[in-house]
Design a protein around this ligand. Structure first.
Ligand code: HEM
Length: 493
């Protein structure tokens, strides 16, 4: 970890901590200690500090909009995510159901502690729990100032609708499947060929192929080699990590949005840009401001796929099952691969790519414990729900069976205990199905019959203990051996 990242992590923690202490002292001097607006429980100063250090600081230091690889590596080494979950469990045990108010300096902030409250916040979005929270607006406006996720109604309605129409959120299989699957196969073949010459598959090789695939799916083959557009969004996302603390790169943002617009105008057949040209739009839609979210979020899908590959490499029986599924779903039948989709979902449950789901209340709301004031920021920390070993036997194990139930059973299960890597309710990710289709097919192609990935490299073995998977999995340092596999186990599956 370099000096800059160490300083960053420390500064994040200390900044938050310092601010908290300052507010607390100011509050004390006015004579108001624990009973604050409404009567929702309010965390004490030490608990708030502990939450800032164990939960907030690592989450933000890792990079909310684009990850900082050195901090992710440190988080795996120090088990920071496991520590964060432990902190949340302690808070729940101490303060009960919450929502728990935090005495923060510049804003009202609540943390969700129960499944019922998680469900309520997600179901009642965007009103009264707006997804366009101040910090999300500050961050995402660096590259998509009119994106659906940070828009308010009525504009939001048109933008959400556009995303749903193009990404086909209701359909398990996107109607362009026959165009997209060959693109995935082609890019998987290219990246495996490169890995073979290197003797291993590493993150950089995978990510380069994945990003090419994304450009082809989103814009068409004309964008296959357009590294410039990918570099542009990386630079804008780096600034976005700092939200309002970094000036906007408005010139770069304009050039980036114009480049997207030129692909949308071109509407190459076989791409999402062509689908975008075919769906209804209004003056509010601002299609070129919706596409940055796609490019940005496909990055998360790549990370989830690479970690899913690691899960299969560490679980030979499950890998054999995945390969059997591929044999029984040849060619275009790969459009729906339940087991491989569940494997990607498990990767996202264990290591969520959106660990902090944020909301902000647009009016005062009533809870069993009291009133939450208007304008309160709300944090739903998903790893706490996804990996609570007090409530889930399989919290730290690879459990694809969690996702193999039919939708109705899953709905009931979700109400009991929220597993929400794609969020839920009216702001749920509209690309969930598209993502699961593309990632499962890519994963299948990587573990292919004859010459695919068959295990983690020797130096990496032991990194994923099936009995207790790590709290964080640093995707950037994963490495796999490429070669002929053997389900009997002689080569490592
Ligand atoms: C593994 C990959 C992905 C994950 C885990 C993921 C997760 C999420 C989550 C958690 C949200 C909701 C955030 C909130 O509630 O505040 C969201 C929203 C969204 N996602 Fe994804 N996403 C992924 C990939 C994608 C991709 C590839 C696209 C587009 C091609 C996409 C498009 C969107 C859009 C447009 C929204 C905003 C929805 C709205 O404004 O209502 N996502 N995603």
């Amino acid at each position: 970890m370099n000096k800059r990242n160490r300083i960053l992590l420390l500064a994040g923690a200390l900044g938050l901590a310092g601010g908290l202490v300052a507010t607390r002292l100011m509050t004390r001097s006015r004579g108001a200690v624990d009973v604050r607006e409404g009567e929702l429980p309010t965390a004490g100063v030490l608990d708030t500090l502990a939450l800032a250090v164990d939960v907030l600081a690592p989450t933000f230091a890792k990079g909310v909009i684009i990850r900082r690889p050195a901090v992710v590596a440190l988080a795996e080494r120090l088990e920071l995510d496991r520590r964060a979950i432990g902190r949340m469990q302690k808070l729940r045990n101490k303060y009960g159901s919450g929502p728990l108010m935090l005495p923060l300096p510049i804003r009202k902030q609540a943390v969700i502690l129960t499944p019922e409250h998680a469900r309520r916040v997600l179901d009642e979005s965007p009103e009264p729990f707006s997804a366009a929270s101040s910090e999300k607006r500050a961050a995402l406006s660096h590259f998509e100032p009119h994106g659906s996720l940070i828009s308010q109604c009525p504009e939001r309605t048109a933008r959400r609708r556009f995303n749903e129409d193009v990404l086909e959120h209701e359909r398990a299989v996107h109607h362009m499947v026959d165009k997209f699957l060959p693109v995935v196969d082609d890019e998987a073949g290219r990246l495996l060929a490169k890995a073979r010459t290197q003797g291993e598959l590493d993150w950089d090789t995978f990510n380069a192929g994945w990003t090419r695939m994304v450009r082809r799916v989103v814009f068409g083959d004309a964008a296959a080699g357009d590294q410039t557009i990918s570099d542009m969004i990386i630079e804008l996302r780096k600034a976005a990590n700092w939200a309002f603390m970094h000036p906007k790169k408005t010139g770069l943002r304009s050039r980036f949005l114009a480049r997207i617009q030129s692909y949308l105008d071109r509407a190459e057949p076989g791409s999402l840009a062509a689908v975008a040209a075919s769906v209804p739009q209004s003056g509010d839609t601002m299609a070129n401001h919706q596409v940055p979210q796609w490019l940005f979020a496909f990055d998360a899908a790549g990370m989830a796929t690479f970690r899913a590959l690691a899960l299969l490499a560490a679980h030979p029986d499950q890998a054999a099952r995945a390969r059997a599924e591929l044999r029984s779903h040849p060619g275009i039948d790969r459009q729906y691969l339940p087991f491989l989709r569940s494997t990607v979902l498990e990767s996202l449950r264990l290591w969520p790519t959106t660990p902090a789901i944020l909301r902000q209340s647009t009016r005062a709301t009533q809870w069993e414990g009291g009133t939450m004031p208007e304008g309160t920021g709300i944090l739903l920390f998903t790893p706490f729900f996804h990996r609570d070993d007090g409530r889930m036997d399989c919290a730290d194990r690879f459990a694809p069976e969690l996702w193999l139930k039919d939708d109705k059973v899953r709905d009931v299960q979700d109400r009991d205990w929220p597993l929400v890597p794609f969020s839920s309710g009216p702001v749920m990710c509209p690309a969930r199905n598209l993502v699961l289709m593309l990632t499962s097919v890519m994963l299948g192609a990587l573990i292919g019959e004859d010459d695919g990935i068959h295990r983690l490299t020797p130096s990496q073995q032991g990194r994923l203990d099936p009995a207790r998977l790590p709290g964080t999995l640093d995707n950037y340092s994963l490495r796999f051996v490429v070669g002929a596999h053997n389900d009997a186990g002689t080569t490592g599956w």
